[in-house]
Design a protein around this ligand. Structure first.
Ligand code: GRF
Length: 219
């Protein structure tokens, strides 16, 4: 059973999807702790309702970015997780901490990277009239939203769709794909070796088609 720590900043709907998947054995792992940089994050309530330990490391309590990173690093070292999942965690992490945990830290990003790293991805998709949108899951590297890619999920953008509708559909596929990928990592089918993602053959992963790419056009 792998030990998972989830980092959040807001609603925590992905955190809840991960917790539920652990509870129903879809993920061979357990969320041992949740860390939030935002004391008001609703995800804190979700974690507590599931009796999961929560640590708040408020970035506003630190003058320098590196001091926040160091405090986070110390907490992660103490927790000694097998996997750290950034699920709606809205702080950019520095080189030292990302290098230290690069083999065990993954990020969920709401766009089809390398398109739209950073914020406001749904706005940009609508503004540019893109017909496709989606999510990416990747190992974390010092450069924002650009570490080695593990998996992507794609949806069609509907005509006349507003930002809330689009964001809701993105959330739906996040809740499906993220737990699936976390489990593949927990059971050892996916790992990082020398900066490259290794995909082991299994019933659920065909190594000919990697990084994993799934189309959710029915959603
Ligand atoms: C997700 O869409 C994630 O991709 C983005 O922030 C959102 C977080 O949602 N980085 P939640 O907090 O998991 O509900």
């Amino acid at each position: 059973m792998k030990r998972i720590v989830v980092l959040i900043s807001g609603s925590g709907s992905n955190l809840e999807a991960i917790i539920n998947s652990c509870n129903s054995n879809v993920i061979y792992g357990k969320v041992i702790s949740v860390i939030s940089n935002n004391p008001e994050a609703y995800g804190i309530t979700r974690a507590k309702e599931s009796n999961i330990d929560v640590k708040i490391i408020n970035h506003k309590d630190f003058l320098k970015r590196i001091d926040f990173d160091n405090e986070l690093e110390k907490n992660l070292e103490d927790l000694n997780p097998d996997l750290i999942v950034l699920a709606g965690f809205m702080r950019v992490l520095g080189k030292k901490i990302t290098n230290k945990f690069n083999k065990k830290m993954i990020n969920l990003h709401p766009s089809l990277l390398p398109l739209y790293p950073g914020l406001n991805t749904h706005e940009q998709v609508l503004k540019n009239k893109n017909t496709l949108h989606g999510i990416s899951i990747h190992y974390v590297s010092p450069k924002l939203d650009s570490g080695p890619l593990i998996a992507q999920g794609e949806i069609n953008v509907k005509k006349e769709e507003n930002i809330n509708e689009l964001s809701n559909r993105i959330h739906k596929i996040e809740h499906l794909l993220l737990p699936e990928i976390i489990n593949e990592i927990c059971i050892g089918n996916i790992y990082l070796d020398n900066g490259k993602v290794v995909f082991k053959y299994s019933d659920s992963i065909d190594p000919t088609y990697v990084p994993i790419y799934k189309k959710y056009h029915e959603i």
